[in-house]
Design a protein around this ligand. Structure first.
Ligand code: PLP
Length: 452
């Protein structure tokens, strides 16, 4: 008998979607209706592709988040993160629910003002505020969150020519045990920069320090990171009381709660592993309540949650343009929507469902968008039943960051439709046309004509 050859043990990865020891995933079941409205009819009326938002889901999610915090802490205020989705109708749903506005540029600031948000209920974040932007924010009594010393000095300078005392907070960055640390925004806690900024504000006495802010990251899977952040901001607030006899009005813990999406490379779907609002709320509220504030000094808790409040309420419906076999035998589908509309497909494995049932024999496929660009891949590998040209699909959990980061590249941006709680549909952003683009262009007279 010959000796068998030694083979070293290997670990093989299991492909999500295909049969494995956990059984087959059934995420490819058809989704024919959203909030009781037929996707087919929406596409027939508004075209393909089309973004669809559920007002009912937005309000439900917001109320769930609000309940998680208000049942644990007496003073809670949400501020809608405009950059997550700044279509005005969406912002106004949040404002109707009681949200303030959180903006990171003067363009978003102007949108909030035009939507009717009072200046004092606008939080102005971000590193890029011009002198003119700061002047506007000060005149409107908005809450200016200072990002760096240059901004602080500029505000001090501005107070010389303005009658109002600016209301400011500082943005603090810190080690919360999550790496890489977001230390490019604001003043660091551990190395004393945050204290230095606080002392400069208090002792120059040109503005009112009303809050302390942080935004420790995004898609944070650890509620404990927020406990660490709440603890460090509380320490600064209590130090302010001790050394300067001043109370701050609020602690703003920013956004960053994970939405029910699946990060690329994650073995289990996001909906199974991400913490709920109750877990984040428990970590934050318990920390604040135990930090050592007296009842009268307890700061208001502000939350700037973005993706966790809107992602699940957004869908992108589109159609199959073509079926292909790639040279290596894999099935490929070309869709009429790509990374131009779904920027988030670079980091999420978005769930994709057929609109109609079309057979039980599923096959793994790569999903391409319509762009003439190799990077235009919506999913590298997804299990779907056979779909033919013209069949429709729904991409799930796309409400956050896509309708703000979408590109006008090769194709125009499509209609965005809102389904109201009664099941009526409304266009809240009409699709773009070539005229919209050409409106911004100018033709120098020597280039106006040509002969070919
Ligand atoms: C982007 C942003 C948010 C919202 O973040 P999410 O991760 O979507 O919750 C909140 N605050 C600030 C300062 C931001 O930049």
């Amino acid at each position: 008998m010959t000796k068998l050859r030694y083979e070293r043990p290997i670990i093989t990865s299991l492909n999500g979607g295909v049969s494995n020891k956990f059984g087959t995933r059934s995420l490819h079941e058809p989704v024919s209706h959203i909030d009781g409205v037929s996707v087919k009819e929406i596409i027939a009326q508004y075209g393909s592709p089309v973004f669809i938002l559920s007002e009912r889901k937005i309000r439900q999610t917001y109320r769930d988040a609000k309940r998680a915090f208000t049942s644990r802490y007496p003073k809670v205020q949400f501020a809608w993160s405009y950059k997550t989705n700044y279509i005005n109708a969406i912002c106004n749903i949040f404002h109707q629910e009681g949200s303030w506005a959180e903006v990171v540029s003067i363009f978003e600031y102007k949108k909030a003002i035009a939507n009717g948000v009072p200046g004092k209920n606008i939080i102005f974040n971000g590193p890029d505020k011009t002198e003119e932007d700061l002047r506007t924010a000060i005149e409107n009594d908005s809450l200016i969150h200072i990002d760096h010393l240059d901004e602080l000095y500029q505000i001090i300078e501005l107070t010389g020519s303005l009658k109002k005392r600016p209301k400011v907070a500082i943005r603090v960055n810190m080690d919360t045990g999550i790496y890489p640390m977001w230390d490019r925004f604001g003043f660091n806690y551990e190395n004393g920069q945050a204290w230095d900024a606080i002392n400069k504000i208090i002792l120059t006495d040109k503005m009112d320090l009303v809050g302390l802010h942080c935004h420790i990251g995004t898609f944070m899977l650890s509620p404990n990171a927020y406990a660490v952040a709440a603890n460090k901001l509380s320490d600064l607030a209590l130090g302010l009381k001790l050394h300067h006899k001043k109370n701050i009005e609020y602690i703003d813990l920013g956004g960053g709660f994970a939405s029910k999406n699946t990060l690329k490379g994650s073995f289990l779907p996001g909906s199974d592993i991400i913490p709920g609002f109750d877990e984040y709320a428990e970590a934050i509220c318990t920390t604040l309540l135990n930090a050592g504030f007296t009842k009268d000094d307890l700061p208001m808790l502000i939350l700037e949650s973005g993706r966790a409040l809107i992602d699940e309420a957004g869908f992108l419906a589109g159609s199959v343009i073509a079926n292909k076999r790639l040279s290596d035998g894999r099935r490929a589908l070309v869709m009429d929507m790509g990374v131009n509309l779904l920027f988030t497909s670079f980091w999420y494995d978005h769930r994709i469902s057929p609109v109609e049932a079309s057979g039980h024999h599923t096959e793994n496929a790569v999903i391409y968008g319509p762009l003439c660009m190799n990077i235009d891949v919506l999913r590298e590998n997804v299990t779907l039943p056979p779909l033919k040209k013209g069949d429709q699909v729904v991409v799930h959990t796309v409400g956050a960051y896509n309708m703000t980061q979408w590109m006008q590249f090769i194709s125009m941006r499509p209609n965005v439709v809102l389904i109201d709680p009664e099941g009526k549909t409304h266009v809240i952003r009409r699709k773009e046309t070539v005229d919209d683009l050409n409106k911004m262009e100018e033709m120098p007279s020597h280039l106006k004509s040509f002969k070919i």
